[in-house]
Design a protein around this ligand. Structure first.
Ligand code: ZN
Length: 337
């Protein structure tokens, strides 16, 4: 297939996003608008100055800025505007289904009521489904740099909105905060009938991927790229069809890989692992879903079959009902014809 045709294929094929932090979609322009609306002074004088700060040497440098940006979000309307802007990008990128992470503790620990967060995000999702037909799932994440006790407190507080959530996840600083630290709260989450997912093998070792599977009983691994260091783990991931929600531009921007040509995505695919492409924190990492696809397509010389497989994997690994999944898989199969 010619490069132009493959670019068109990426833009047109239906996709699901399974790894995006809604606070990570906070574009500088919108951050300034909401900061002004909420009478909050940012430490940056302009959008350009803020954008220039989006240079990171590692995950922690990003997280420091990411949490600072979230401080601007106070009211339901703020979370609505943030989420609706992201969902418009989904519509433009032919993302027809998205499973959105949010970090309740980032907001509740600074006195923002849980309902402000969830009501704003939910209403934007409802409006986007009505306007653009985009389906969604909501996945609260526990902040792993905080204690398990704090995660348990947040989980209990979240249950009043429990019918809105499909799964719970684990994000923030992976170094020094292994899956074992959260074994008890994940057991509580599963006991309440929720699925679980967890960031593992982003900056942490392949062992964290093993432990997220065996201790947290996850349905998906978020990132998981360090699995490439452990051949036995690669075989296990393929055997149990454990999806990896890979975020190529995030891995490049946070120097998990130094060059996109070194990204393990193609090796993961060739190992029959259910790998998917996602944007993680697109406002900070330089692009949404299609930008991630284009980046790996060019750097890794992906085939048409690889692109179609990645799109199909995103529905296979989703928390959609089986008939919904099949509808999109049938649609995607037409692109192979
Ligand atoms: Zn992430």
């Amino acid at each position: 297939m010619t490069p132009r045709k493959q670019t068109e294929l990426i833009n047109k094929i239906p996709k699901a996003e399974l790894h995006v932090h809604i606070e990570g979609t906070f574009e500088p322009e919108l951050m300034f608008t909401i900061a002004e609306r909420n009478d909050i002074r940012l430490k940056y004088k302009s959008v350009d100055e803020l954008h220039a700060a989006y240079q990171f040497n590692n995950l922690q440098e990003f997280l420091d800025l990411y949490y600072a940006g979230a401080y601007v979000l106070l009211y339901e309307r703020d979370f609505y505007d943030l989420t609706k802007a992201y969902l418009k990008k989904c519509y433009e990128d032919k993302v027809v289904h998205t499973e959105i992470f949010f970090d309740p503790q980032t907001h509740t620990q600074r006195g923002v009521p849980f309902e402000n967060v969830i009501n704003g995000i939910l209403q934007a999702c409802i409006d986007a489904r009505n306007e653009w037909g985009i389906t969604y799932r909501l996945i609260p994440n526990f902040l792993r740099h905080l204690s398990e006790e704090d995660a348990i407190k947040t989980f209990k507080e979240s249950l009043q909105f429990g019918e809105l959530f499909t799964a719970y996840g684990l994000d923030s600083s992976e170094k020094g905060h292994p899956p074992a630290k959260f074994e008890k709260v994940f057991e509580m989450v599963r006991a309440e009938g929720f699925l679980t997912v967890a960031h593992a093998g982003e900056e942490g070792p392949a062992q964290n991927v093993w432990d997220a599977i065996n201790m947290l009983k996850v349905a998906r691994i978020d990132h998981g790229v360090r699995s490439i260091d452990d051949p036995e783990l690669l075989n296990e991931l393929a055997r149990i069809k454990m999806p990896l929600t890979v975020c190529p531009l995030s891995n490049l921007k946070l120097k998990v890989v130094n060059d996109m040509v070194d990204h393990p995505l193609k090796k993961l695919l060739d190992h029959n692992i259910v790998a998917t492409v996602n944007s993680d924190d697109p406002a900070y990492f330089g692009g949404y879903m299609n930008a991630n696809f284009h980046a790996v397509n060019e750097a890794l010389d992906l085939t048409k079959e690889d692109i179609v497989k990645l799109a199909a994997n995103s529905f296979t690994a989703s928390f959609l009902a089986d008939e919904e999944k099949q509808k999109w898989l049938d649609e995607i199969a037409k692109f192979l014809a």
